[in-house]
Every structure is written in C-alpha cells, then in structure tokens.
Ligand binder design. Structure first.
Ligand SMILES: O=C[C@H](O)[C@@H](O)CC(=O)C(=O)O
Ligand SMILES: [Zn+2]
Length: 276
C-alpha cells in the first residue's frame, strides 16, 4: 500500500509538474491482477483499483492500518467501471455490471474480486474511509442513484450527477460517493469552482479515449495549477483545493469524499472574479 503524506497549500505553490503529479495524481489503478491501494492522509481515505483476470484478494499490511484486515475499522465503496464483475464479501456474491456499485460494511473480513469474462475484465474503483459502525452491505444499481442534471451546452458543462453513497440513499459512516457523466460536447466539470474545507475529495476520470486528456485544476482559488489526467487516473484533492476539469472531449468521473460532514451541498462557492 502506497502512503501519501499531506501537503500544505503554501508548499504546493513551489511544486513543478512532476512534483504535483507525484503528490496528487494516482496514475495507475487498474493493472490486471495487481490491486493498487493508495493510503492518503487527507481524512485517511484509501483510493484503490482492482482489475481481476483471475480472482483477486487484497493483501493488506496490518501495520499501515493498525488492524488485522482492511475493513476491521473501515467502510468501503466500490464502483465497477469495466466489464461485468463479481465481489464476494464474507461469502456473499454481488454481481456488479458496468456502472453498478457496492457499499461494504465495516467488519467484512473476506473480500474477493472477480471478472465474469476475463477478456473484458471488471475494473473496480475503491474508496475506503475509517468507520465507527457496521452499516448494511448494499448493492447500488444505476437506477438507485437518483440523477441530477446540471449545466448547459452553452457553457460546455451539461452533466448528470448520480449519488451512490450519501445520507439520503445508501448510508455510510462518512464516505460519500457518486458519479458524474458529461454529455457529448460538454467538457467542463465543477466550474464555477468550490472548496469544502470540511471534506477532502478524490476524482477518478474515465470513459476517455486513448488520446483524450482532462486538464484537472487544483490549488487554492487564487493560486491554481493543473494536472494532465488520462483514462483511469485519479487525483487527490485536499480540503483547501478547488477540483475542476476541462477535457479534450466528454468524459465521466467518480467523486468520493470523506471528512467532517456528508452534506453534498455544503460548499464554499468561489466567485469567478477570485480565480487566478
Ligand atoms: O463536492 C462535490 C464534487 O465536487 C462533485 O460532485 C462535483 C461534480 O460532480 C460536478 O459538479 O460535476
Ligand atoms: Zn467538491
């Protein structure tokens, strides 16, 4: 498990491109049969990816999490962005098609990830946060995640937000997770921008063609930087940072948050005049 230490916003100002990428980009999550977990100290969120050709389990160093198994004191959100897959949680099988998710309860000791067809493997994206109670393991289909359409083609930001794990849906201790899909011709997410000091956020960008890019914007609103992001890459967004992106074509992304509250609407909106 890779560990990422937190960065102060005044420190970030001194980073060059490679240092920004080293600290905030997770470039490779879906290597076949090699699960990837990144433990970051922003609200202790773990960001991970599993692409099983053969059945895959997670090998955790108990030293890093101070527990015998990953979910002893944690909860987990999973969304499958690949081919049909299967997650086995303490012996119970959950079929997850593309776009489907699973909330996995604290206390679940055995986890296995499988693909239905190894020539079109599942790609499971994982967010795990510390938890204090065992809430039911629940599958989330696309239809369960109520869609909200935002933006406008005139501002190139028409998109549909679906909340998977949130206080009015599948409940969790602190994790909030969902997916945003941009319509064809729309390329901007989360502009105008916001911050939420109360929560960190992680973005996974996908549904991108090989040569498509997203310029992901981060930093304090008056001190912005960008990270070039490709298909299947994730970005860590500290609580002091904006998180927004513009792509060379439309794309989708999964957002996950952890921190003080679970209130999606609790955002500090940044006036356009403040951005630099
Ligand atoms: O705090 C919320 C997150 O930044 C995202 O949910 C925003 C988003 O999906 C969007 O505007 O498209
Ligand atoms: Zn946000």
């Amino acid at each position: 498990m890779e560990v990422r230490h937190p960065i102060h916003p005044e420190h970030m100002m001194m980073f060059d491109t490679s240092e920004l990428r080293e600290h905030f980009l997770v470039p490779e999550l879906f290597t076949p049969d090699e699960p990837k977990l990144v433990y970051c100290f922003y609200d202790r969120l773990i960001v991970g990816g599993v692409c099983p050709i053969n059945p895959v389990t997670l090998d955790i160093d108990p030293k890093v999490i101070g527990a015998k198994y990953l979910l002893e004191r944690r909860e987990l959100g999973i969304i499958n962005i690949g081919g049909d897959g299967l997650v086995v949680a303490d012996g119970v099988e959950y079929n997850l098609a593309n776009g489907e998710g699973l909330y996995v309860s604290m206390g679940t000791s055995a986890l296995e990830f499988r693909s239905v067809d190894s020539s079109n493997p599942a790609r499971f994206y994982l967010n795990s946060a510390p938890a204090h109670a065992a809430l039911p393991t629940t599958k989330i289909s696309l239809a369960d995640a109520e869609p909200v359409t935002l933006g406008d083609p005139a501002t190139s930001n028409k998109r549909t937000i679906r909340k998977y794990i949130h206080p009015n849906g599948v409940k969790s201790c602190q994790l909030v997770m969902g997916m945003t899909m941009l319509e064809q011709g729309s390329v901007w997410n989360t502009m105008p921008v916001h911050t939420h000091q109360r929560r960190m956020e992680a973005y996974l960008y996908f549904n991108m063609k090989e040569d498509d890019l997203v310029f992901h914007f981060m930093g304090e609103p008056d001190e912005t930087r960008h990270i070039v992001v490709r298909e299947g890459q994730a970005v860590l967004s500290p609580s002091w940072s904006i998180h927004s992106g513009a792509g060379t074509a439309s794309y989708s992304f999964i957002w996950g948050m952890a921190g003080e509250n679970q209130d999606f609407g609790d955002m500090d909106h940044v006036p356009m005049s403040q951005l630099r």
